[in-house]
Design a protein around this ligand. Sequence first.
Ligand SMILES: [Ca+2]
Ligand SMILES: [Ca+2]
Ligand SMILES: [Ca+2]
Length: 339
Amino acid sequence: MDHLAPPDPTASTVLGTQEKGDLEARLGNLTEEKEQLQETLKAAHTERDQLSVTLETTRDRLEASYNLSKEEVGRLRTRYNDSREDLKELQAKFNRLKTENDRSKQEFRQLQGNFSSLGTEKDQLQTQHRQLSDAKTQLQSSYSSLEKRFTSLLTEKDQLQSNFAALNREKQTLKSNLDSLSKEKGQLQSNYQNLQTQSDQSKRELQQLQEIVCENGWKKFDFSCYYVSTTTKSWKQSREFCTSRGGDLLIVNSGEEQAFVNTLLKTDQNAWMGLSDTVTEGNWTWVDGTRATTTYWQPGQPNSYGGNQDCGELLHDLSGAGQWNDDACTAEQTWVCEK
Ligand SMILES: [Ca+2]
Ligand SMILES: [Ca+2]
Ligand SMILES: [Ca+2]
């Protein structure tokens, strides 16, 4: 603003009109300059306001940033502390690992020692392995011969099994035979006992027989005494005679008895015996009530001749054992008693 200082009064007369023009020009310039400055000032104000706003915004941002940083510092501090803890822990781990490492080294040395002794052991084992190999070869040879022996034994076993089965079958047959024989033996024993009983019975009977003594005029055979009449009677009367003597009309029990009685009769003699079919025609029954099963009928007899022949008689036979005939019960003729 130095150039706006008031002009020197001595110089104004010198300058004149030109100077006035210059001054006016300068004033114009200055006015213009002033206006420009005013504009500039206005712009500066605007700029200042803008800057103020910007400054405020920036300050706020910085404050916010500061706060954030502060929080971050806090977090970092925490992390730092954590890291320190971690470090301590790591140190401890390192120490442990070191101890372990030392121990491992010691173990390694021990293992080295073991390894060398294992080498020795390995040599021994190799020696043993060679010996075992030799033994194995021998065993293989033995195994081969044993296998052959086993095969032959298997064959032998099959043969033995087959023999055993055959023997078993034979045994079963023998057992079955033995059972049959046992049964037979039992049967024989039973038969023997029966025979023994019969023998005893026979002995007793023989004794009785020897003791039997027949009365005068009676003939002895087996266990009986026989009487042949000299007179004649009807069948009924003949029977009454016999029962009154303690016997009955003859019953023929066997061929021997029939033959014996035949010898008691004379030639062509016929005599009553204790046989009749009075109750039922054709149903010949002995006086003891039994049916006549073995008979000695003459051929053509019994014929119930004339429808009235119900009593049996003996017919003497010279050459044989005698025969039978049916006759009328009322006919009178000799008879044979038995007691
Ligand atoms: Ca008799
Ligand atoms: Ca008759
Ligand atoms: Ca007749």
